[in-house]
Design a protein around this ligand. Structure first.
Ligand code: TYD
Length: 231
């Protein structure tokens, strides 16, 4: 893999805005994605809501293997399956949307791979991150919202849902604890990209905080545009 600098947030990638939601299973990512979509749409933005794994036709097939295959999936194979899903999804869905100037709101991206495949299992976080960066042509989000919650509280929410657990949800609690720890370390390492929120708070309050952060990114973009057009 050729070491290239990741595409810095905002720089390099086209007009749109790329926002990802991260966190353990059951922390409320879907609820917050939906609320943010509604808020942005009300402000006249075109929003593409998507997810990994499974945000493309090929991805749906890969999702079925990684989440529902009953036998063993070796760690490297698992990392490659998520990376394959991501490569196809970014090229066919996300980049075209960003090029049109849309806002992409995505449930899970490369930080999920680092947290789950890198920290939770036997692979090193650097190699997992590099694999995803290679797969996506080094695309990083403008904003990553990390919904942080104690895995035992998240588990209670999942139990209340009454859906059967997938392969990763069925992992032991030590696995989910290390996923959480890894996410927090990722956020510490890139404070400009991450917004970390306590997901045990009321959904409407979380939504307000997320909107505030997105608004400041939009304001900064607008100011940049104004500077650019004055030239
Ligand atoms: P998700 O779609 O959030 O599950 P659900 O729709 O059932 O809530 O994520 C599926 C699982 O895949 C989740 O346990 C995390 C895991 N995952 C990884 O291990 N690595 C990855 O790169 C991604 C994107 C997800």
């Amino acid at each position: 893999m050729t070491p290239e600098a990741p595409e810095a947030s905002g720089a390099g990638h086209p007009a749109g805005l790329f926002i990802t939601f991260e966190g353990g299973d059951g922390v409320g990512k879907t609820t917050q994605s939906a609320l943010l979509e509604e808020w942005l749409a009300a402000r006249g933005r075109t929003v593409v809501r998507t997810r990994e794994p499974g945000g493309s036709e090929v991805g749906v097939l890969i999702r079925d293997i990684v989440l529902h295959h009953r036998g063993e999936v070796t760690p490297r194979a698992e990392a490659l399956l998520y990376a394959a899903d991501r490569a196809h999804h970014i090229e066919t869905v996300v980049r075209p949307a960003l090029e049109r100037g849309d806002v992409v709101i995505q449930d899970r991206y490369l930080d999920s791979s680092v947290a789950y495949q890198g920290a939770g299992r036997v692979l090193g976080r650097e190699e997992v991150r590099d694999l995803s960066l290679w797969a996506t042509g080094h695309l990083l989000p403008d904003l990553t919202v990390l919904l942080d919650l104690d895995p035992s509280a998240a588990r209670k929410r999942l139990d209340a849902d009454d859906k059967p657990f997938d392969r990763l949800e069925s992992e032991q609690s030590a696995f989910h604890d290390s996923v959480r720890t890894e996410y927090l370390a990722l956020a510490d390492a890139e404070p400009d990209r991450f917004l970390v929120l306590d997901a045990s708070r009321v959904a409407a309050d979380l939504a307000t905080d997320i909107q505030g952060r997105v608004q400041s990114i939009l304001d900064a973009d607008a100011a940049d545009g104004a500077v650019g057009s004055a030239d």
